[in-house]
Design a protein around this ligand. Structure first.
Ligand SMILES: [Zn+2]
Length: 92
């Protein structure tokens, strides 16, 4: 069952695509591919209610440093303080 028939933003046609979604919380990030309705006109991504609940759950886990059902695929970094190019600053 489709949650939307037309794009609620512009009324454009929607098509189901596998899109990359990045969630973050507590300094952690998780990336995944999700099935979303994507507007062919404005590019808006629409997620089902079930998917939105999953996003909330994943953000909550990241915030609380709970990583059950999450798999590490690498490390994320920021620059150290004093990076020579002063236009780059540490993210946290
Ligand atoms: Zn649209």
């Amino acid at each position: 069952m489709r949650a939307f028939d037309k794009c609620p933003v512009c009324g454009g046609e929607l098509a189901t695509h596998l899109v990359e979604k990045i969630l973050s919380g507590g300094g952690n990030t998780a990336s995944m591919k999700v099935s979303a309705e994507v507007c062919g006109k404005c590019g808006e991504h629409l997620y089902s209610q079930k998917l939105s609940h999953s996003f909330d759950e994943i953000r909550r886990k990241l915030q609380h440093q709970e990583f059950s059902h999450l798999r590490p695929i690498g490390q994320s970094f920021t620059v150290e303080d004093g990076w020579p190019d002063q236009t780059i600053r540490s993210a946290g």
